[in-house]
Structures are given as structure tokens and as C-alpha cells.
Design a protein around this ligand. Structure first.
Ligand SMILES: [Zn+2]
Length: 262
């Protein structure tokens, strides 16, 4: 898995995240030095894995009818463990914007008004005060809107940050709220979730693609997410991973051999 292949160009998503990381808005926040464990490691620019455990070879673009717009908390932009980027790497239509309470990005506000899209904000339905906005039945919500592109707006931050983003952003208050019901326990081990029902951003993406009927894209993302986890496990052991089923699946897919798993 070592970097013995020509380096792939950065995905459009990754380029945008880098632009956000260098933007003036970024510097309104106190710049704490990045001292998290592993911050001294040399990382691949494409996948942000430790260089010897780069997974860029498995980074695989595909298509879906649904789109994702990621509102990213500024503290996420430099975190290598952020999994929204896995969605961005897989689906080039994915957009990312820095979340700001008072000054939402103009491009995001314009997208919200664009009649070509039917946006949903992805959030749990566990509080009573916004129940009138909750979408109980996604297929029903799509009825009569079939010509519009379904868009899933993801609030990308820690659980606390996402809650704040949801509550404090006036420009999100009219959007229908689509809760994601986990069909499985989280496989993500890099951050401790509040519960094993609590999915990371990439896993939420997989569930949503299934919900939207984008099975093929869901499978690409699922396999890439598996490779991401295997890469981190290998880096922890400091031992290269053997070619896994998920790796082989993605290489086959890149070569034009799609094997539906169901
Ligand atoms: Zn890489």
C-alpha cells in the first residue's frame, strides 16, 4: 500500500476544505496549535493518512442522484479523522461550506433557493419543538418532487457542535428535518461516539444513499470507509494491511467491474 503509484490529484472536496482552512474566516477563531496525538506524523496530502499507510489508490469516484452539502465546523477542517471527506472523495458533486452562525456563505444560501434541488437537513428527531418539520416518510416527501435533485445537508462537527449549528442557524430553520435511523452499529473507532447507534458522517452518508436508492454509490462509499478504517488500524499496528475484500472491490470497480453486493 506504500506510495509506489503516481500521486492522485486532490479531490475537489479536499481542495475546497483546504481553501476553507486558509480563509480569513478561519483565522477569526483562536488558532490552537494542533497538538492532537499523531499530529507530528507526516501525512499524505490526498487522504491525510500517515504517508506509509496512504489509501489514495482506493479513492474511487462514482455518481449518485442525491447530493450532499456539508456544513463543516471550522474545527473539523484540519482533522484527519473527519469522515465527511470520504463522501466528498467518492461523490464529486458534494459541496462543502464553512459553517457560520451569523454570516452563512452566500453560495450556500443561493443553493438553498435554487428550485432544481429538494434539500433536507439531516438531524435526529428527538426534540419536540421542531416535530412539524420532521420527515417521517422519505418516499412520500419525494412524491411530486421527482424532477428535483434530493440534497442531504450534513452538519459536520462533534455532536455538541452539530446541535449548536442546527439550533443557531436561522437560515436552516425552514428546512425539512430528515432523521437517519441506523440500520447497524457504528464501525467507526477513531472517535468515541455517544452510543453505538451514533453513526459517523460517512456512515450517515451510506444510510442516506441507500434511502435515496443510490445503491451503487452507497457500496462504493461503504467499501472506501472500510478501507479508511483498515488503514487506521494498520497505522496503529505499524504493519501494512493485506489486500482486503473492500480494497479488491474498489480496485475491481475502478477497472469497470461492479459487483453488486445484494
Ligand atoms: Zn493518500
Amino acid at each position: 500500500m506504500a506510495a509506489d503509484f503516481p500521486e492522485k490529484p486532490l479531490s475537489a472536496f479536499e481542495q475546497e476544505v483546504r481553501r476553507i482552512a486558509e480563509s480569513p474566516e478561519r483565522f477569526q477563531y483562536p488558532r490552537r496549535p494542533f497538538t492532537a496525538r499523531g499530529s507530528f506524523i507526516r501525512r499524505c496530502a490526498g487522504c491525510r493518512m500517515p504517508r506509509e499507510f496512504c489509501i489514495c489508490r482506493y479513492r474511487t469516484e462514482t455518481r449518485a442522484q442525491a447530493q450532499f452539502w456539508v456544513l463543516m465546523h471550522i474545527e473539523e477542517v484540519n482533522k484527519p479523522t473527519n469522515t465527511a471527506r470520504l463522501i466528498g472523495d467518492t461523490l464529486p458533486t458534494t459541496r462543502v461550506f464553512p459553517w457560520q452562525r451569523m454570516r452563512p456563505p452566500q453560495a450556500f444560501l443561493e443553493l438553498l433557493k435554487d428550485p432544481a434541488y429538494q434539500p433536507f437537513i439531516i438531524f435526529p428527531d428527538d426534540q419536540p419543538d421542531y416535530q412539524h418539520r420532521v420527515v417521517q416518510d422519505y418516499p412520500q416527501a419525494r412524491q411530486g418532487q421527482e424532477e428535483k435533485i434530493p440534497v442531504f445537508i450534513l452538519l459536520d462537527g462533534t455532536w455538541r457542535q452539530a446541535r449548536k449549528m442546527f439550533r443557531q442557524s436561522d437560515y436552516l430553520q425552514d428546512l425539512p428535518v430528515l432523521p437517519v435511523r441506523a440500520s447497524r452499529k457504528t464501525q467507526y473507532q477513531l472517535r468515541k461516539p455517544a452510543s453505538d447507534q451514533h453513526l459517523c458522517t460517512a456512515e450517515v452518508g451510506i444510510e442516506l444513499l441507500h434511502l435515496a436508492g443510490d445503491q451503487e454509490a452507497a457500496e462504493v462509499l461503504e467499501n472506501y470507509f472500510a478501507v479508511f478504517n483498515q488503514g487506521y488500524a494498520a497505522a496503529r499496528r505499524q504493519k501494512q494491511a493485506d489486500l482486503s475484500e473492500a480494497m479488491q472491490w474498489l480496485l475491481d470497480y475502478q477497472a469497470g467491474n461492479y459487483k453488486p453486493s445484494r
